[in-house]
Design a protein around this ligand. Sequence first.
Ligand code: AMP
Length: 301
Amino acid sequence: MIVVDRIAELRDRCDAARRSGETVGLVPTMGFFHEGHRSLMRAARASHDLVVTTIFVNPLQFGENEDLAGYPRDLVADTAAAEAEGVDVLFVPSVPEMYPEPTVTTVHVAGLTEGLCGAVRPTHFDGVTTVVAKLFSIVGPCTAYFGRKDFQQLAVVRRMATDLDLPVRVVGCPLVREPDGVAMSSRNAYLSADERRRATGIFSSLRAAAAVVEHGERDPQRVRGAVETEAGRHGLELEYAEVRRAADLAPLASVDGEVVVAVAAAVGKARLIDNVTMQIAGAEVSIDLGVITLAEQESTT
Ligand code: AMP
């Protein structure tokens, strides 16, 4: 694996790979790797000749009072993890390398970016789509891998690629959870032991939503109510709990078809997001809670 911090060098490597007929897979991240990130690298490794992973804590996607300065970083551990996953090129640019001039060009996806996280983070998705468009342009990937943990982000990036005819396949990968169900996130590093315990309530509240739907509930407000009640039992205050159509995040009159229940909660100084997707056809309900990793002890015995 090579570690690259210059755009020109990354572009050269990717151009050379494509010229010799190789396919290129891209995994964009902000680093501080966990199993969620690693699962994306494995998916890219399984299907591509050249795997590029990027680590860039993108200032454009942080609001003024957000955690840009304190965002967790560990380049030594990340380099070892990427190497272990068979990544070929790890791109770790500086902020001036990515934004030598103040940015006056922004990629904005209307509509999809307005509700859910966009309601509280009004500039966040513009920052994401702008940096992802730049990475697509630099790397020229055949496929780019994103986690379904950031469900709205995946929908927004997909829509950008479709609307701009970007020559890249955007693949959504399963949400990866800790053994107790908490969605893996670099921001879990902010949690105290007590907050970490409370965070399990987010998963419980999504399971509560799944349970009522499995029992026949089809009213989005009542499904939302089940999430809120369970979150309350865990002392969690939700920023939002929404029941939306999975394809375009549109509000629903009835819980039917492919549906996402998405939540955000502030736990201590961490803002955590999570979701569950469901496929509903009449009385048939299939729930996707993602992948729950085994506890260390269980996996080694
Ligand atoms: P981040 O470094 O948090 O910006 O995430 C980089 C990529 O990893 C994004 O596509 C995320 O959706 C994905 N990701 C983060 N956490 C998880 C998780 N728990 N499961 C699956 N993918 C994840």
